[in-house]
Design a protein. Structure first.
Length: 760
């Protein structure tokens, strides 16, 4: 069976790029082969520290001959159009045929040998390979991740002639840099290639290297009464750092176990690429580590273990110093002062200003979360302080975790320390939601500040770009609301952010500026602590938001607004002096649409039918829990006899109303019993009165399933009415009344869900 083998041999490829490079190699070659009309049976890429390999089985020896028809311009089209078509096809006019007044070019492509096609494909893939970072080396004009040294290019056992800027393809490669043969060796096919690499201490398959690391590391730990602390990300990285992985169990000084385990584990992983281990008896971290060597040492790795233990001790000694310095009394206040000099975002102020917003947002939403207001505010005030600590400066990934430890050491209440530790959660779909309500409140406040803040400065996600991870933050908000069953509208969360911004500005001063009037005016002022004045200002502010913006000068910026707006006429100077936020109503609308999309994605991932989601979202409700309850009610009933009754009566009614709406406006009033009305009509109106009251009561109590069941009881009366009367009666008053009755029925159903979105 014809076989293709390609090896691109280079200097060391960064481990983080390897697996994605293998996927890209497969994807690009697959697309090029298909575009060239070449089929295959199997295609697989391999990657290691110094090589990117592709193995394809079942390629044909030559392309099939291809005949294709290309449509050109119409007969009688401008000469320029015909000339362009001839240039495109490479034909002359006498070679074209005319069918249905259109020029047709029949192009015959003769069969070509596969070897003639593969060279152009490989060159195109190399020149356009999507490395995250690449470089030019020597005098080369093309870019590669690291200097490219060799190319193996074999098809059906023979070298395909290929040359790229001085690198000539061959059947020669090399093994491990230190353990393998000192001389390059020849290969003839994939099996000989893979076996020769193994003989020269290179494991070709990345996943095989992972399995070797995992099994041997676990074996070494088991013998010592230890358990390896698994870390898939680290496993992938070290498998990309070694061609002949050799796990070794090393020892560290037990004195370092006084550090928090997260510090030890992070230092091992970040700086040294070691796996942490724990003791089987105590379940706690043990004074050992697993290092993955790329060597099979004659002494069994003893010298390697000693050297790595020495380096780790130096790293952890820094950690001991940071831990000691960070636990000094009064550090939280000192850290918060430092945050005044750290910019969070140029348009959102400093980290200190963000902390003030977080505190106010947390206090505002704490009652919704059923959390203690004072504890929530204090936890939010302290949550970001550890960003100024030594330890987080060294290990940014420990933000929050270290704050929790320092909070405990400072003697703060347990729920406050827990909130400081967990307020970044959930950071992804596999992460947990904070369990305690105070922690959940601060976590929600943190994500709301991020989301609304960036929406307020018009830094929303666009397409696939989401530099501030706002989509992830939104999913985190939804998980917190759902798992803690928080009865809050999303609009309230937006308002909480704007309130916090205005209230914090109240500590100094703020100004309401007409966007058309750059000189502005200090406008309404309020005295610090005067609630009525502040509330009136907020009310006036919100009423004018569609035409104007809020410009805030936080209390860390010492400007006199009267002087500023009286004398400064340069627009950019004013922009630099204040924080400018987009209108509340505009931001709220965009925010709700953004969250609706996120919730739809979340629910679809949970297996909820798309049409049921759309039926509820059409109501424009922004209470997440209420929307989900409506959806669950629809899920429970839609495939039952009762659900089918509701759907059937709704569709009959809606079809008539939609048809009438095309003729003109529908009546807006409610139906009433007219003199001489037939029994089926008076019966339906009477039943609507009773069922309507029941449905509204169930909706008020959020018993949506019961509301739908009550609606199903109307089907018989609706069918009898529509079968027994002519809705479009000649008498205008009768016709209007009957249409109003159908409108009442449709409105009652749509108070639960818009069933027009249901596809069955």
């Amino acid at each position: 069976m014809p076989q293709l083998l390609i090896e691109l041999f280079s200097e060391e490829i960064p481990a983080r790029m390897q697996l994605s490079a293998a996927r890209d190699f497969e994807r690009l070659f697959d697309a090029k082969l298909k575009a060239s009309g070449l089929s295959y049976e199997t295609l697989k890429a391999y990657v290691g520290p110094r090589r990117l390999v592709l193995h394809i089985e079942g390629l044909p020896l030559e392309q099939a001959a291809v005949s294709e028809e290309v449509k050109g311009p119409r007969e009688g089209a401008p000469p320029q159009a015909l000339e362009g078509f001839l240039r495109k096809t490479g034909l002359t006019v006498d070679k074209l045929v005319i069918e249905n007044d259109v020029y047709i070019a029949r192009i015959e492509k003769a069969a070509r040998k596969t070897t003639e096609v593969l060279g152009a494909i490989l060159e195109d893939v190399i020149l356009n390979f999507p490395w995250p970072k690449s470089m030019r080396s020597g005098t080369s004009t093309f870019r590669w991740v690291r200097p490219l040294k060799r190319i193996v290019f074999l098809f059906n056992g023979k070298v395909i002639p290929f040359e790229l800027e001085g690198i000539t393809a061959s059947n020669v490669t090399e093994g491990h840099r230190f353990l393998g043969s000192k001389k390059p060796f020849k290969v003839s096919d994939f099996d000989s290639y893979k076996n020769s690499l193994t003989e020269n201490f290179v494991i070709l398959d990345h996943y095989e290297r992972q399995n070797i690391i995992l099994s041997k590391a676990r074996e070494a730990c088991t013998k010592a009464g230890l358990t390896l602390m698994d870390d898939q990300g680290l496993l992938e990285e070290v498998a990309g750092l070694s061609e002949w992985p050799t796990p070794l169990l090393g020892n560290m000084d037990p004195k370092f176990l006084t550090l928090p385990p997260e510090v030890i584990k992070t230092s091992m992983k970040t700086h040294q690429k070691y796996f942490a281990v724990k003791d089987n008896k105590s379940g706690k971290m043990a004074p050992h580590f697993v290092v993955v060597s790329n060597m099979a040492a004659a002494d069994g790795g003893e010298e390697i273990k000693r050297g790595n233990a020495k380096v780790l001790s130096a790293r952890l000694s820094d950690g001991v110093f940071f831990w000691s310095e960070d636990n000094r009394a009064g550090n939280f206040d000192a850290w918060l002062e430092k945050l005044k000099g750290v910019t969070f975002h140029a348009k959102l102020g400093t980290l200190y200003e963000r902390v003030q917003r977080l505190k106010l947002i947390a206090e505002d939403i704490a009652p919704l979360m059923r959390a203690d207001v004072a504890a929530s505010g204090e936890a939010a005030r302290l949550a970001k302080a550890d960003l100024a600590s030594f330890m987080v400066g060294e290990f940014p990934e420990l933000q929050g975790v270290m704050g929790g430890y320092y909070s405990v050491a400072a003697g703060h209440r347990p729920e406050i320390s827990e909130a400081v530790r967990d307020h970044y959660k959930p950071q992804g779909p596999s992460d947990t939601v904070p369990a305690h309500v105070v922690a959940a409140t601060v976590a929600l406040a943190d994500k709301v500040d991020t989301l609304v803040g960036f929406f307020a400065i018009d830094e929303k996600p666009t397409g696939s770009k989401d530099p501030y991870a706002l989509r992830r933050a939104a999913l985190g908000v939804l998980r917190i609301l759902r798992e803690h069953c928080v009865r809050a509208s999303l609009s309230e969360l937006v308002e909480a952010w704007y309130k916090s911004t205005l209230t914090y500005a109240n500590a100094d001063r703020a100004v309401h500026v007409d966007t058309e009037n750059w000189r502005g005016s200090a406008g309404p002022r309020w005295d610090k602590g005067t609630t009525d004045t502040y509330e009136n200002y907020l009310r006036d502010f919100k009423q004018g938001l569609l035409e104007s913006q809020i410009w805030v000068v936080p209390n860390t910026r010492d400007y006199d607004l009267d002087i500023l707006f009286e004398h400064v006429t340069n627009k950019q100077e004013i922009k630099n002096a204040v924080l400018t936020f987009r209108p509340f109503e505009v931001v709220k609308t965009e925010f709700l649409e953004f969250f609706a999309d996120r919730l739809k994605v979340q629910l679809r991932d949970e297996g909820v039918r798309f049409d049921l989601i759309e039926a509820v979202f059409a109501l424009k409700d922004d209470d997440v829990i209420r929307m989900i309850e409506r959806i669950r009610a629809l899920e429970s009933i839609i495939d039952t006899a009762e659900g089918q009754d509701v759907l059937a009566l709704y569709k009959r009614v809606a079809n008539i109303l939609n048809a009438e709406a095309k003729k003109g406006e529908l009546p807006t009033g409610h139906a009433r019993i007219l003199a001489g009305a037939p029994e089926v009509e008076t019966d339906l109106i009477a039943r609507m009165s009773g069922v309507g009251a029941t449905v509204r009561q169930h909706i008020e109590g959020e018993a949506y399933l019961e509301a739908l069941k009550a609606l199903s009881t109307l089907r018989g009366a609706v069918d009898a009415f529509l079968d027994g009367v002519l809705v479009n009666a000649e008498d205008a008053s009768v016709r209007q009344n009957r249409l109003a009755l159908l409108g009442d029925i449709r409105g009652l159903v749509e108070s639960v869900a818009d069933l027009s979105k249901i596809t069955q």
